[in-house]
Design a binder for this molecule. Sequence first.
Ligand SMILES: O=C(O)CCC(=O)C(=O)O
Length: 258
Amino acid sequence: MKLTQTQIDEFARTGVVFLPAVFTPVEVARLRAAADRTAAGSGPNVTPEPGGSAARMVHGAHEYDSVLGAVCRHPRLIEPAEQLLGSGVYIHQSRLNVNKGLGTGGFYWHQDYSTWRDVDGLKEPRALMIAVFIDDMDHTNGPLLYIPGSHTQGVIDDFDPDKDATGNVLMRLSSAKLKSLSDAHGIQVGTGGAGSVLIMHCNIVHGSSQNISPNSRTLFYVNVTSVENPQTTFARAPYHAGRDFTAIVPAADNILAA
Ligand SMILES: O=C(O)CCC(=O)C(=O)O
């Protein structure tokens, strides 16, 4: 699946491109089943919700779940990523944000690239977060929030580092910077139906509120990097930052339908 020039221009301007209905209901059902079995697993790559045992986030599950592995090689994600990054791409990281509702999830404002640069040694911001919607995401279930155009700022070194229980590092944007960015660009809500995809530049400032609705809002992130931009430091576990920097060969388009 190729992006149009209009979509490529939109990405350059806003740092974001939304693709509705990329995956069919049958494909989404397979992703849903994969997300459920992954969230039920345990291991060092599973971050629990604070104060609970339910999974909040699972890193690197594409390495052992064949369906999540398949979506990471899916041409409907990889071809647009190649267009936007101008090269072959590898998986820097996958993460399942489980977010089942009734008080789950919530991520303070940050840029992913600040961690990828400072911790993983990615020299350039030639990387994308690709959020695959496994559920409908609407205004009520803690949707993804982002500041369009914030990628043009580069890395904003106005962050306070924050480490979670598994050692995953997230950078919290300072209040003053958040206010100035939000005044300048506004805050967008990443709503859309299950099967949609939101591609974001790795310097997009984003976050989310807690999901206090009773409705699940699971996202699977396929975070890719240009093959010309390999990881150079290895402070984190491979499930946080992968070790295979070879170009993904896109799978057959029906890989999730079969
Ligand atoms: O899915 C979300 O609510 C945001 C997740 C996020 O920003 C992250 O995992 O770094």
